[in-house]
Design a protein around this ligand. Sequence first.
Ligand code: SAH
Ligand code: SF4
Length: 375
Amino acid sequence: MQFTPTLTPLTGETLDSLTEKLRVQGEPLFRAKQILDWLYKKRARTWEEMTNLPKPLRAWLAATFDLAPLSLVLNRQSEDVTDKLLLELRDASLIETVIIRAPQEGVGVEHSRKTICISTQVGCAMGCVFCASGLAGLKRDLSAGEIVAQVLQVCYREDARTPRARTELASFDNLVVMGLGEPRANYDELLLALKILNADWGLGVGARRVTISTSGLVPKILRLADEDLGFRLAISLHGATDVVREKIMPVNKAYPLAKLIPAVRAFSEKHGRMVTLEFILIDGINDSLPQAEKLRDIARDLHAHVNLIPYNTVAGLPWKRPSLTRQERFADILRAARISVTLRREKGHEIDAACGQLRLRTEKEREVASAQPPV
Ligand code: SAH
Ligand code: SF4
């Protein structure tokens, strides 16, 4: 389920597909590379900037391709550490893309490690009970062009923060596919987008810097294991037994732990690198010590890293994060077994911190606004 725009997003083209389209127009073979250089290497924002292209070609390009299939609606900054961008697509759908900065000791924030978190769907169909992204269900899948355009949008923003010399275009350290949506449910478009982002004619993002997070669609995990590009894998586990997991994640009915764990093992054996198990800590739901012990056993068995994430409250949902003491007690069980574990201590607990909330709230405001009688 995708939206068909009037103009094709240029960000969805590969060097081969663009070369072919230009060949049909009677253009020489080197044109596609020139155009993609303008887009990704020089970050041109208009066709007029592409001065080495003949004017008639620029006119044809403008009538055929969309340079940016989305626009910035809102930028919610939090303590100069997180930038949450609310982006509007051509059909007025909203998605979120987040920039997370991890400041390094002794250097300014402009030198912090930067991670970009991108969305793959408008909403989500997986129905995890704690998650804002899935509250209103799935609206549609994003196209590869829309996925790539999120990263470019972040680059444009970050370029503007750096001194304006064109040689100092902003870069980032990691890319995580953890925004709105279940990436594996939109597998083909995501893979195409990642190939464009990875290509040397694209943004050149190394596969090892890309982490794909999934709630556990087993067949897609096995498919990803077969891909040559070695992306990193994160599993949203959130329950260390079927009883607990099934209560909060409906996907566990189709793919219980007995199916999920062997698939994760197959992935890490194939790619020889550590998988991350994400585990949100929700008060009274999955934060008991027996859960910690079961999680420890799973992590040990898979040689996985565990990322404990204190739950971010979602407006309208009853779940809460456990107390700091309870979080630490849970983490200690893993630490005692020498499991590699991080307990996230981020500040962004304020309203809208959880992914999907900004979109949900803005959509509600829009509905209210459009329901107002005209004055
Ligand atoms: N759909 C994919 C990727 C997007 S969700 C997945 O589920 O893996 C990214 C991560 O944020 C997941 O681990 C998800 O479970 C977690 N998450 C969702 N809602 C959250 C909340 N309110 N607080 C903390 N983490 C949350
Ligand atoms: Fe979808 Fe992930 Fe949220 Fe579950 S946690 S509803 S899979 S976005």
